[in-house]
Design a protein around this ligand. Structure first.
Ligand code: HAS
Ligand code: CU
Length: 576
């Protein structure tokens, strides 16, 4: 029996640091989330409405970018080294990328918090999507750039370690968790290039006054080119945990290793050429290009549907190993008292609902109903806010002992914590979805309608507000329980004997059952790049052509060709 810390003490130290950084972000982010629900529902206003956007920016950046990415960097390092049974090539390099990510975060945080303090003349109230025309202090963009470079080096570290392993094991199949880390890293490189260009070439020089103006549609498009794949950067480590750890804690085996590989290859191919589904309502991108993005998005549902099948089949296998029987009776045989299992299972369950709201978002015509409404906020609190965040918290109860040698202080508090998150999110996201359908906007400090004749289509405004504020408060309570449990566990002593062996689930159908071509990552990368070029070359070309590289150039509206004449529809003028 070996725990992770015994086998890889040096790597365990880095993973601890990535986790602790993530937890600090989680604590501040959760507090700011509480402020928001209290403010929006008018229950208690601690800050001025003018400061709402600074709070919202800090909440979004710290939770969606900092908490998730620091935690996943630790999870990937764990998965890679565990499955290769080998340490990283040079742990100093591992510390270097961690340091760069921390440095970048700290720089970006200065103007983000500065905006809240009177007398400090810098701010970054640009929300977590930070595209023009909103402008932040240059430190924000500089910090972002360093953070992204840090993640690139992390990817390089994982690839470097894999290549070293490959030299020692020339004929072996890539172990599944490593396969997942590598495919994710490849699409992360491909997609984050877009946001790097937006930040370094346009936004940073613009904030420094070196550029007088930028083309807002171009920076928006470059942002969403990255902004969709980034959601899978958060989701892939979650999927990795559902594939390799959830079956294990359920007492079973992974249903199919080759199917899991197919899923990750599909994510490598399709994550990036879909970003325009965030821009269905942007003027300036022709409908045809939006239609292509929608088609790609619908294909992209497939790997998640395959995941739902594989993961549930694996969990069912576990339940039957534990004596479960019947069509649904096996559900009762699962280890529901284990916070690791229950947290991950509830996260998966919510993701099934999130998948449906995602499908609604992805349909071009229905998107017009929900875009920029509270519905979207409901959607992403189910996805990143539950599927990802709840899985990360649940797995902490398994991983923290592995990387510290200290058992969890209270597993019952852990169980209460994951259930509280689930209940809180059910209340909050339900109200958000219903509010959105009724037209309640997102990103506003003042969604009160006393002076309007406004009755939500679903329930009353008071009911919706109650869902949001009660749900949001439960979420905050859950975060406090989580962080408290972690903190008290850390103050306890080491006890390696009570910690299970560091291992992950075996597969019922192993890698040897899948064709070798699945492991040909170069081939998949080339196809992924081709798909990106096919999807993005024309719309980006058209945006630059019409709006100018540094905009605003000609007409920002899409052109349609009618009886041989090009008409700019927005202005209704005949331009040729
Ligand atoms: Fe999304 C907007 C479409 C998934 C995050 N999304 C957002 C935004 C965020 C976000 C943050 O097409 C807002 C951005 C902003 O600020 O403007 N999204 C989709 C689609 C999917 C999807 C089609 N989104 C995610 C994930 C996210 C995320 C994952 C974060 C992690 N989303 C959109 C669109 C928009 C959008 C449009 C723009 C909307 C607008 O107008 O602005 C799909 O990937 C979803 C596929 C999922 C499924 C579910 C599979 C079910 C599984 C459960 C397995 C069960 C288990 C339980 C494990 C098909 C895998 C087992 C337990 C037992 C007990 C048995
Ligand atoms: Cu998306």
């Amino acid at each position: 029996m070996t725990t992770y810390i015994e086998r890889f003490p040096a790597e365990a130290r880095v993973i601890r640091s990535t986790f602790f950084t993530a937890f600090i972000a989680l604590g501040i982010g959760a507090l700011f989330g509480l402020l928001q629900v209290l403010h929006r529902t008018d229950v208690h206003r601690l800050v001025d409405s003018a400061d709402y956007y600074h709070i919202l920016t800090i909440h979004g950046v710290l939770l969606a970018l900092t908490f998730t990415i620091f935690f996943l960097a630790g999870v990937f390092t764990w998965g890679l080294t565990t499955s290769l049974d080998r340490g990283v090539v040079d742990v100093r390099f591992t510390w270097a990328w961690y340091g760069l990510m921390v440095g970048g975060t700290a720089l970006a945080a200065i103007p983000m918090f500065g905006g809240l303090i009177d007398g400090i003349d810098m701010s970054a109230g640009v929300l977590f999507t930070f595209y023009a025309p909103l402008q932040a202090h240059p430190l924000f963009y500089l910090g972002l750039a360093l953070f992204i470079i840090g993640t690139w080096l992390a990817g390089a570290d994982w690839i470097w370690t894999y290549l070293a392993w490959r030299r020692e094991n020339p004929d072996e199949r890539i172990p599944l968790p490593t396969f997942m880390v590598l495919t994710t890293t490849l699409f992360w490189y491909l997609s984050s290039l877009g946001v790097a260009i937006a930040v370094v070439v346009f936004l940073l020089p613009w904030s420094l006054g070196l550029l007088e103006q930028v083309n807002p549609l171009l920076t928006r498009t470059l942002f969403w080119y990255f902004g969709h794949p980034v959601v899978y950067f958060w989701l892939m480590p979650t999927y990795m945990l559902w594939y390799v750890l959830l079956p294990k804690v359920a007492g079973g085996k992974l249903f199919s290793d080759p199917l899991a590989r197919v899923v990750f290859v599909l994510f490598l191919l399709l994550s990036t050429p879909t970003g325009i589904h965030h821009q269905y309502l942007d003027p300036g991108i022709a409908e045809g290009f939006k239609f292509i993005a929608m088609t790609n998005t619908m294909f992209l549902l497939l790997p998640s549907l395959l995941t739902a099948f594989t993961v549930v089949a694996s969990v069912e296998h576990g339940a039957r190993q534990r004596g479960g029987t019947g069509y649904l009776g096996w559900l009762g045989a699962l280890p529901w008292r284990d916070p690791v299992f229950t947290g991950m299972a509830l996260a998966g369950l919510m993701f099934a609902a999130a998948g449906f709201s995602g499908m609604v978002n992805a349909g071009m015509n229905i998107n017009y109903l929900v875009h920029n409404t509270f519905w979207i906020v409901g959607h992403f609190h189910l996805t990143v806010g539950t599927a990802v965040a709840l899985t990360f918290m649940a797995v902490t109860y398994w991983l923290l002992p592995q990387i510290t040698g200290k058992p969890i202080w209270s597993r019952s508090v852990g169980l209460a914590q994951v259930v509280t998150w689930f209940v809180g999110m059910t209340l909050m996201s339900n109200a958000m979805h219903r509010g959105g359908l009724s037209g309640v906007p997102r990103r506003t400090a003042e969604p009160q309608y006393e002076n309007f004749d406004f009755t939500p289509a679903f329930g009353t405004m008071a009911e919706l507000d109650a869902g949001v504020v009660i749900g949001g408060s439960l979420l905050f309570l859950s975060a406090v329980l989580f962080l408290g449990n972690v903190f008290v566990s850390l103050t306890g002593g080491k006890d390696l004997t009570s910690i299970p062996e560091n291992a992950y689930a075996e597969a019922l159908s192993g890698a040897e059952d899948g064709p070798l071509i699945l492991d040909n990552l170069k081939l998949w990368l080339v196809i992924a790049v081709l798909l990106v070029v096919l999807t993005y070359a024309l719309p980006i070309g058209a945006i630059i052509d019409r709006g100018g590289l540094l905009g605003p150039g000609g007409s920002p509206y899409p052109l349609v060709v009618e009886s041989g004449r090009a008409i700019s529809i927005g202005l209704g003028e005949v331009v040729a």
